[in-house]
Design a protein around this ligand. Structure first.
Ligand code: DTR
Length: 348
């Protein structure tokens, strides 16, 4: 009997000690924060400028949170592609997704206003204008998302298999653009096809398209200069990029992590614009001339004015179309111009 009673006492004692120790350890573990891992998906390769932006962001986040946040990047469409990126983020396939709202102007109507022919001088000015205007207007199209950052490339240029020197050369030419660039090509008389960037190299190779209209670094970064030997020096419209997170995921993050992400938002727009404007495009053009004898044609002033006149009505018809949807189109364009002028002074 006594033995029987002694054993439970012993057990009780050890259990009590274990609980105290365990309690101590677990309260220590509570003060030491649990690491957070964020997954970040992008549809194109890591070596392209939006991909470099993603890597840079991941490194900065890890550094600025003292390693509390780790970012796992998935470039090249390994987790999500251009078409399913934003829905994939909402489904929780990736925590953050980087894609191009310009591929789907129906879903991102107000963002499409940044892709009008408004003559941005470079990618940095367009990127800051895009980010600021979205922060100010807070359009419903981003309702389920937290915007991590936004940026654009330089205004698109026509890059083609055969030289384009006039509207006649352009007539009926099968040129690819992001969705928002399609009306531009149509107004100039080409036969436009809307298509995400990763499909372009194969479509050029198989002759589905005769060229593309986008930022010129793709000549090197997607090796397009092998087949597209001609560039027209006539800057058209930009393509926008948005990296977003699901809002519920965002709400679950600690305040200090949110603060780091928020402070990086604008920095990334500038960093990406500057890298693209000052290095990326120039290197691609030099490489394309050296390796593939790239030819650049410039429009005469009179012709450029003629082309401008063909594109000008797009702004008014966009305003009408968006106004009819109840969007603040007038104010948007007015503000877009103010911001462009402001940043053009700063980033030449
Ligand atoms: N969104 C592209 C623009 C583009 C230009 N360079 C890259 C690099 C990686 C992905 C996309 C792009 C367009 O469709 O024109």
């Amino acid at each position: 009997m006594t033995v029987k009673r002694q054993i439970p006492t012993f057990v009780v004692f050890f259990v009590a000690v274990a609980m105290m120790l365990g309690g101590g350890i677990s309260s220590q573990a509570q003060t030491k924060e649990k690491p957070i891992t964020l997954t970040y998906a992008f549809f194109a390769p890591a070596g392209t400028f939006p991909g470099k932006q993603m890597t840079h962001w991941a490194e900065e986040i890890e550094k600025r949170t003292d390693g509390l946040v780790k970012v796992k990047t998935f470039p090249g469409g390994t987790l999500l592609g251009a078409g399913d990126m934003y829905d994939g983020v909402l489904r929780g396939v990736a925590d953050i997704g980087l894609s191009s709202p310009s591929y789907d102007p129906g879903r991102f109507p107000l963002t499409s206003g940044v892709a009008l022919p408004v003559k941005f001088p470079n990618a940095t000015v367009a990127s800051l204008t895009l980010l600021d205007i979205m922060m100010e207007f807070k359009p419903a199209e981003y309702e389920p998302f937290k915007i991590i950052t936004m940026f654009t490339g330089e205004p698109g240029h026509i890059q083609s298999r055969k030289p384009v020197k006039s509207l006649d050369d352009l007539k009926g030419m099968k040129l690819r653009a992001a969705g928002t660039g399609v009306p531009v090509l149509k107004a100039l008389g080409a036969a436009p096809v809307g298509m995400p960037m990763p499909q372009v190299p194969e479509s050029v190779q198989t002759g589905v398209i005769d060229g593309t209209m986008t930022s010129r670094e793709v000549l090197k970064d997607f090796k397009l200069a092998e087949l597209l030997r001609y560039v027209l020096e006539y800057p058209t419209v930009v393509v926008s990029f948005a990296a977003v997170m699901d809002k519920k995921k965002w709400d679950s993050l600690p305040d200090k992590v949110k603060k780091v992400i928020d402070e990086l938002s604008r920095e990334m727009a500038i960093w990406t614009g500057q890298y693209h404007d000052k290095q990326n495009v120039g290197e691609a053009l030099a490489w394309s001339k050296r390796e593939h004898n790239l030819q650049i044609h410039t429009l005469s002033k009179t012709d450029a004015a003629k082309w401008d006149a063909l594109l000008a009505p797009m702004v008014e018809s966009w305003k009408k179309e968006m106004g009819a949807k109840g969007l603040p189109a007038e104010k948007f364009i007015e503000r877009l111009k103010q911001l462009t002028d402001k940043y053009a002074q700063e980033y030449k």
